[in-house]
Structure formats: C-alpha cells, structure tokens
Design a protein around this ligand. Sequence first.
Ligand SMILES: Cc1cc2nc3c(=O)[nH]c(=O)nc-3n(C[C@H](O)[C@H](O)[C@H](O)COP(=O)(O)OP(=O)(O)OC[C@H]3O[C@@H](n4cnc5c(N)ncnc54)[C@H](O)[C@@H]3O)c2cc1C
Length: 454
Amino acid sequence: MAGGNIGDRAVVLGAGMAGLLAARLLADSYRHVTLVDRDALPDTAQPRRAVPQGPHIHGLLGRGQQVLEELFPGFTRGMASLGVPVGDFGTSLSWYFSGQMIEPSETGLICVSATRPFLENWVRERVRALPGVTLLDRADIVGLTVSGDRVTGVRVQAHGAGGAERLLAADLVVDASGKSSRTPRWLRELRYPEVPEERVKIDLTYTTADFRGPLSIHLTGDRIGLVCVASPRSPRGATLVRTQDRYSLSLYGLLGDRPPTDPDGFLAFARSLPVPEIHAAVAGAQLLDPPVSMRFPANVRRRYERVDRLPEGLLVLGDAACTFNPIYAQGMTVAAIEALVLRDHLRRGHPPRPRAFFRDLAAVVDAPWDMAAGGDLGFPGVRGRRSVAVRMGNFYIPRLQAAAARDARLSAAFLRTAGLVDPPTALMRPNVVSRVLFARRRPGVSMSVQSGGR
Ligand SMILES: Cc1cc2nc3c(=O)[nH]c(=O)nc-3n(C[C@H](O)[C@H](O)[C@H](O)COP(=O)(O)OP(=O)(O)OC[C@H]3O[C@@H](n4cnc5c(N)ncnc54)[C@H](O)[C@@H]3O)c2cc1C
C-alpha cells in the first residue's frame, strides 16, 4: 500500500543511486512518486550513457551496506546469492597506504563487491516494484514550476517524437540529478540568492579495465581485492577487485597524472605502483574490453544550508549537493546516509522544511567532506586553505596508517571511520592516540612519514 500521510505527489529528478534511495523512502509518505531520468533505464545490469562513472569500480562502504540492508532487508544475502563476493572489509581486502599494507583485522563491516550497474539495477528493480512509484525515463528535466515561494512541480521534455514538454505537478521535488544539477541556476533565475559553492580542485583521472579470471595471484575465496591509496609520498593509486562476474582494476592519478587507455600504457602505469602484486595479478590476464578513462576535476560542495531564502517544496541530495573525490569511495554511501536524513524529516509527519533539511544534510556531509577534501589538501599541489584541523588530520592520519602496519586494532579503527560507520573523533580517543604515539618500530616498517596526505 503506497504511503500518503504527507502528500499526494513527489517527483525525484534523477534515477541514480541517490534518486532511487530517496524514492524508496518517499514511497512511504507520498501516494505517487515519479522518478524522472534522461537515460533509458534498463531492466538489466548494464552501464548507462548518462552515468559515465558506471564502468569504474564503485566500492560500497560499510555504512552504505548497513543502510541498504535496512532499506532493503535481505540485501547482502541477496547479492551473495547472485554471486557477488561478500566479506569483511578488514580481511577480504588488503589495504596499502604510502605503499605499506596495514595489518588485516576483523572490522565487522561488510564489503559487498558488485559493479555499479549491477548494484544500481538491483536497487532499481526493487524501487520500480514499490506501490505508487513510476519511472519516467528518456525525459529531460528542463525547469521548475513555482507559485509564490513554493515549488509546485517540474517541466520535463520527453526524448524523441517531437520532444513535447509537459508539466509534472508535485508537492515535493527532490533533485538527485548528480553533479551537473541545474538547481543553483534555476534558483538564480527565480531570483533566489546564489548557492555558495566550495571546490577543491584535484584534476583526477581514473582509468579502468576489466579482466577475465583467474588472475595470477590468489584472489579467490574470501579475498576480494587490493586497495592502494594514493598519498603525497606515492601519488598514484589503484583498486583491484573481484566482482560478481569479473576482475576490475581502476588506476588513478592526481593533478594531471593520467593513466593511459592503451593496454601497454595501462600495464606500465600499474607497474609503477608501490604495490607490485597489482601489476603481477593482471599482467597475464585477458582484458575483456579496452580500458576506459574519466576525468574528475574537483570535490564540489553546494552549501544550501547557507542560503537564507529558499522555496518550500524543493530538496537536493546526492552528488547534486556534494561530490567527493572518488578515491575515498564515499558517494553512494553518503547518498544512503542522506536518504536517512530525508526519512527523519518525513517521519515528522509534515512536508520536509528545506532549511531544516539542509542543516541536517550539512551535518552528515561534514565528516566525509573533511576526509575527502581535507585529505586532498595533504597533496602539496592541491590549492586551498589548510585550516588547523586539516593540517592536524594530514599530520596524524599517515602516522596512524603507518602504525596500523603492525597493529590490527588501529587498522580496524581506521577502516571503521573511513567506512563512515564511526566518526572521525573515534580516531582521537586516548586508546587510539596512545597506540599511534607509542607504536614500536618493526623491522621493515617505516614510521617516518612526510607531513601531509592520507
Ligand atoms: C570515476 C568515479 C568513481 C567512483 N567511485 C565510487 C565508489 O567507489 N564508491 C562510491 O560510493 N561512489 C563512487 N563514485 C561516486 C558515485 O558515482 C556517486 O556519488 C553516486 O552515484 C551518487 O550519485 P547520484 O545518484 O547523486 O548521481 P548520478 O549517479 O550521477 O545520477 C544522476 C542521474 O540523474 C540523471 N540526470 C541528470 N541530469 C538530468 C536531467 N537534466 N534530466 C533528467 N535526468 C537527469 C542522470 O541520467 C543520472 O541517472 C565514483 C564517481 C566517479 C566519477
């Protein structure tokens, strides 16, 4: 039975992960929920034209898995039954920071290693089946309709057949149209104040290739992959994972360092990494398709909570509100956490009030933003203001990671915070700080860390 305790119609702009999760919750409170997307929305797991990041590895962090399990009970078991590798984040993945592996450790956090199209399709199938939910695909959202200080719907233009424009009336419009969201422009045109924006430019390039197994190193059983995180000492990074039907390797470089798309150049870049196992694993494996590349210019945060006049009936979430450097794998998990903020507001029994919603949204975005944008400021070539907190974080975290090379408790503490389950303050608890400060040297493990970088 569709919800309806709050309103009749909600419209969600964009049927990516953020839009799908928002629709899942809106369906509990609105009689009709329409998800509008410009893409053809397939009923199989295939990459979509309008989601160019789809072919690249999409890790779902620990908190993301927990939220998906809560919103779709049986999620983890269901994915495992379809062949998706599932394991503990601390033992099924090997984590390297500054070229040094941290000690494996049980974190209690579950890694569900699906490709982005596979995960999105699984969620989309379930949202499509909810009572009251309609997916309107191949339709561009071209503007908002407004009456007084209230958004009353959206204008959409169907693709093909003359592209007729139509109005979709709505009590609530949720913009989840991704990083190219036009809401700031629409608000400007409607004479609302400018939405302040923060940017940390990183000029990142991702290049990803898929391989048929088996690989020449052992990645079967519970082993899901290897993560080599870029740092100022070692500014190239990579993730190698096993998914439901392939092995994928994403290589990345920052500040204009671009992993090539020709197979030889791709392998040469892999060979340049501080973790030789990555190149060794794929060097003899069969490429499924030519490598694909994507550039990601900057972390961008739109500060809706700082706008003092906004129309009623309009919310923004997902990448449309904040995009993070993808090397931290936060985007989908933050979208899931933001969906819970939406749920909290819907549970108040009245239509969400934008200013209160954006205030709460900002509170949950702060920590991942500080980790991503703050971590990026550890790279000397990244421009931006380095506050005391940013400097402290970029001094302390590399030392914690170095100490975690022989301290499983530190590994678990770090991965729980990076997984957005525990807050960053958990890493400042006395029992953690003392383990970092009094870490003893072990042969072959360097505790000397250049300042900056995560
Ligand atoms: C290279 C790369 C790797 C990444 N890796 C990870 C990772 O490991 N883990 C992770 O959690 N996140 C990762 N991300 C981020 C992740 O892709 C996003 O944060 C996440 O998908 C949430 O996005 P969204 O739903 O807000 O937007 P999107 O997924 O971009 O979806 C937006 C939707 O809106 C539609 N749309 C846009 N404009 C219009 C319009 N005008 N009219 C109609 N429809 C419109 C689009 O068709 C699309 O379907 C990565 C990103 C990149 C670039």
